[in-house]
Design a protein around this ligand. Structure first.
Ligand code: M6R
Length: 581
């Protein structure tokens, strides 16, 4: 995974690179580093831990007008300074930062028998390959890139050369320009404000960058004339900037996200009739996604089945990718992803396109790899999501896919959705519920149909930020095995928002209580069973209840993490965007 950020300008660029790297921490945050050029010589500073640890290590006297930086999520080699980027070539004359995976790095190392390697990474070999070639520096980079198999976005610095060199294949790389500064980064968000425009590098393109010039080449070193892209103004979301963590801020932003989504789809009508007519022709829809996006895809498929009577299937991307697939041109493949950079999801979209089928991408980041593979894009309007645990992006996906299903069905529910978007508010989690729930170390989540999806999402949130071993299970499946685990120390969170399934859920609650399990019930209506704890939900139309109920589970997970003293924004072992397989 990892994020790269490099900058060249009129004055010291360390601060710009550090602030760029901080915005890229969602791509990994187990270690970081920078290389800088001072009097023609390369110096490297690295640190294990978040960017703030690197920042503390960067002494005041260090300054440079050319800096390349990296934030890491370990793939090859454990978390330690030796494995952190930048990596240097054997002669210390080339420094590189890399996002991606060099699949043939072991074979390439054998081609450099006299080189001593200091790290266990796949990246170090790239620096050494460049150093082992002759020619101009851009020629050396191109030659090395041709030997490498796999994915890479790299920024490279050479001794005695006041330029930054970039190359890209399969991993994203953008180059931004403003007067007196040029920056290269894995994501345009690193550029910050006041950049005039940027270029998105395509695969096997190379860039040579000075503080006021960007030259882009193809692999034959012919100059490429690329279109400049302009920055989209970020949505205004600073109402909750005082919150002490991003996850809390992002949970609180959800009412704004719903209003904005409604406005975009109904007032601005961002999907036109011609597009809808084309999409309606598809007989089948196959959703593909990972993690939280997979959960929202489950609901998206349910909405399309219910309202538009479409045949739908949903797959986890990492399974879809290697399972046997009968790709059909009558099917529209729907890829759901907050970042649009998830490696497995992208690989599936590429495979589907190669087989001649069409794709619809539901993404939250406008300039992302997935959108480049899309025949149709259904944007979500969550705004930038920073916390690793997805909250507002999930709610945006669910609401967007509900609107989409209704638009495809031709049902006019604009007024009902508008009322919901305007009325929805965040209700705080009752203190007594939290205090009691905190005593359990074994927690199950159960529900039926859409409530089962909410359970899956609630359990994922809790495990990823509070490290509690919890599982979600379809309520009807309990007695097929999982009930064996229920005892006096078990808390079962029951989501029940379907009135027609109330009795079925009541039976499930009885089964759990008979085995000593304690119940936390989330519902908008009365049940005729005793439960230990209850969260009474606000009553909205049934199709909207997954949004109302999931927000309570997001808050439950957040409260657990904070109570236990964990950082909810940066949970251990994870990264926000999983850009490697
Ligand atoms: O960017 P994507 O939506 O493609 O990311 C997919 C998953 O990695 C992501 O949803 C992950 O499961 C979240 N950390 C869950 O909170």
């Amino acid at each position: 995974m990892c994020g790269i950020c490099a900058s060249i300008g009129n004055d010291n660029q360390i601060r710009n690179v550090i602030s760029g790297l901080k915005t890229l921490e969602y791509r990994g945050y187990d270690s970081s580093g920078v290389a800088l050029l001072k009097n023609g010589k390369i110096s490297v500073v690295k640190s294990v831990g978040q960017i703030k640890c690197l920042q503390e290590k960067l002494a005041d006297e260090l300054n440079s007008k050319i800096v390349i930086g990296h934030t890491r999520w370990a793939t090859h080699g454990k978390v330690c300074e030796e494995n952190s980027h930048p990596h240097l070539s054997f002669d210390k004359k080339v420094a590189i930062v890399h996002n991606g995976i060099i699949e043939n790095f072991e074979q390439l190392k054998k081609q450099l028998p006299n080189v001593k390697f200091y790290s266990q990474t796949d990246t170090e070999v790239f620096a050494n390959l460049i150093a082992s070639h002759s020619g101009s520096n851009i020629e050396r980079l191109v030659k090395a890139s041709k030997m490498v198999k796999g994915s890479f976005a790299v920024a490279v610095m050479f001794e005695n050369d006041n330029k930054i060199y970039c190359a890209k294949r399969k991993s994203p790389l953008y180059i931004g320009f403003r007067h007196g500064q040029v920056m290269a980064s894995s994501d345009v968000s690193a550029f910050g404000e006041n950049f005039d425009y940027f270029y998105k590098l395509d695969d096997d393109e190379f860039a040579v960058v000075t503080k006021d010039k960007i030259d882009i080449f193809d692999k034959d070193l012919k100059l490429v004339n690329k279109a400049k892209a302009l920055f989209e103004k970020a949505p205004f979301f600073d109402d909750f900037s005082e919150e002490k963590c991003f996850m809390k801020k992002e949970i609180l932003e959800q009412p704004i996200v719903l209003k904005r989504t409604f406005f975009k789809y109904f007032s601005e009508k961002i999907i036109d009739e011609t597009t809808l007519t084309k999409i309606k022709k598809f007989k089948k829809f196959h959703f593909v996604a990972c993690g939280t996006a997979y959960h929202s895809a489950l609901l998206g498929a349910e909405y399309l089945r219910e309202f538009a009577k479409k045949d739908c299937e949903v797959s986890v991307a990492s399974e879809f990718r290697y399972g046997f697939q009968n790709i059909s041109k009558n099917c529209l493949y729907v890829f759901v992803s907050q970042s649009g950079e998830t490696a497995d999801t992208i690989a599936c979209a590429e495979m589907v396109k190669q087989k001649g089928a069409q794709t619809l991408c539901v993404t939250n980041v406008p300039y992302c790899t997935l959108n480049n593979l899309a025949d149709f894009v259904l944007p979500t309007f969550a705004g930038k999501e920073v916390a690793v645990a997805s909250t507002k992006a999930y709610v945006a996906q669910v609401f967007t896919m509900l609107i989409f299903a209704l638009l495809i069905s031709g049902k006019d529910m604009e007024e009902e959705l508008k009322k919901f978007a305007l009325q929805f508010s965040i209700k705080a989690l009752p203190d007594e519920v939290l205090n009691s729930a905190l005593g359990y170390s074994k927690i199950f989540f159960v529900g039926r149909v859409a409530d089962y999806v909410t359970s899956l999402e609630g359990a994922l949130k809790l495990k990823e930020i509070s490290y509690i071993n919890c599982i979600a299970i379809a309520a009807g499946e309990l007695k097929h095995g999982t009930l064996a685990l229920v005892d006096d120390d078990t808390l079962v969170v029951v989501v029940s928002t379907r009135e027609d399934l109330k009795e079925k859920i009541e039976n499930n609650i009885q089964e759990i209580r008979a085995r000593g399990g304690k119940i936390l019930l989330l519902s908008q209506f009365e049940h005729h069973v005793d439960v230990e704890y209850e969260i009474r939900l606000s009553k909205f139309m049934e199709m909207l209840m997954p949004i109302e109920s999931v927000v309570q589970l997001q808050q439950l997970a957040l409260s657990f993490a904070l109570e236990k003293g964990f950082d909810p924004d940066k949970p251990r072992n994870l990264a926000k965007s999983v850009t490697v397989e």
